[in-house]
Write a protein that binds this ligand. Sequence first.
Ligand code: NAP
Ligand code: MG
Length: 406
Amino acid sequence: MATERKIRVKSALVELDGDEMTRVLWGMIKEQLLFPYLEMDLDYYDLHIKHRDQTNDQVTIDAAKAIQRHGVGVKCATITPNAARVKEYKLKGEWKSPNGTIRGLLDGTVFRAPIMVKNISPAVRNWVKPIYIGRHAYGDVYKNSEIRVNGPGKAEILFTPNDGAPVRQVVHEFQGPGILQGIHNTDDSIRKFARACFTFGYDQKLDIWFSAKDTISKTYDARFKQIFEEEYESHWKERFEAAGLSYFYTLIDDAVARIMKSRGGLLWACKNYDGDVMSDMLASCYGSLAMMKSVLVSPDGCFMFEAAHGTVQRHYYRYLKGGKTSTNPMALIFTWSSGIRKRGELDKTPQAVAFADALEAAAKETVESGFMTGDLVNLAEPSDQNRRVDTEEFIAEIKARLESKL
Ligand code: NAP
Ligand code: MG
């Protein structure tokens, strides 16, 4: 097969290389599962921690700009430096999280969803289709201002407009010690979040749920609800209805109760805190972090695909000592297949889309036939066929299945 004519991915895909074990897997995926079959132009950015350090993190900014230019990127996991990493890699400083930097530049929203296989059932049995979760990643309690109140006194919120009279409201008359918190959000950020959700939901053909608590928070959460409604009514309603899709607002507690009874196959748009909590719940319900895919979508429709997990540091140290690892490459493989599929859709090259489908099917069938990395063995339904394989063997199994499909 490898010597036959390769499939052409028409326009460039932006590649962001990363760190540690995921960098090793990333290279194996390219060598074994992509390069033998595809002819593609990669606009390559090396986000290895040492290279980010050498370029004073300029490479991360350049990569984000390249995604804006080309529309589609694929990212390997990267180290977010802390004090220990500064020492380990002799860095000039604690560079910011690349994901944070890129998200900021693209003004994007992150959507996560599980990769589902037949022999690993979600803890919630009726979730037969993936539930996508979109988390608003700006403001609220994550950008708050807090005061510990030591004794009696009056707490107020005060807004001083650049022009006009100050607005003041009493929060509470304290009779004794307590606590106090100020939070905010902006119309601009909420609107961009709503746009990214509708863009992504429409793209993936998903019904959208949005939840907040506007019965209690009649101004703050009500504004979220309003902006979502405005965006939907003015830009999306017709397209959604034509595609048989729906948008549904409900209270957060109602959403939690309903999601437990749903069959999945929807996008749940969450406020910042709700998304933080619910995405961890969903990930653990569906199984392993290594089976979660993630995509950053900008309000103007740029996509950056990645895995939800990190660089799998512990496995990397084992690998450096020459040991075999059984690290799961599924989410990284789906990162590439999703990027190639999106490229194919935008370029109108069905061969590229078909390759992505074949690669994903080969990867899922490998797990379904019982070939599993260490993290999956205990999650899967018991079977005589199940065997724990190392990373190389696992990728070789996928390759064999992929070849038979091409
Ligand atoms: P992690 O890399 O996600 O790994 C945590 C643990 O989860 C691993 O030790 C492993 O458990 C298991 N695991 C995760 N992915 C796996 C896979 N593909 N196959 C098998 N097991 C897997 O998180 P971390 O160790 O907390 O973080 C390591 C580095 O990643 C940090 O420097 C952090 O900054 C970075 N990070 C990057 C991103 C990103 O780029 N998007 C996201 C998160 C973290 P066992 O060891 O028990 O096998
Ligand atoms: Mg969390």
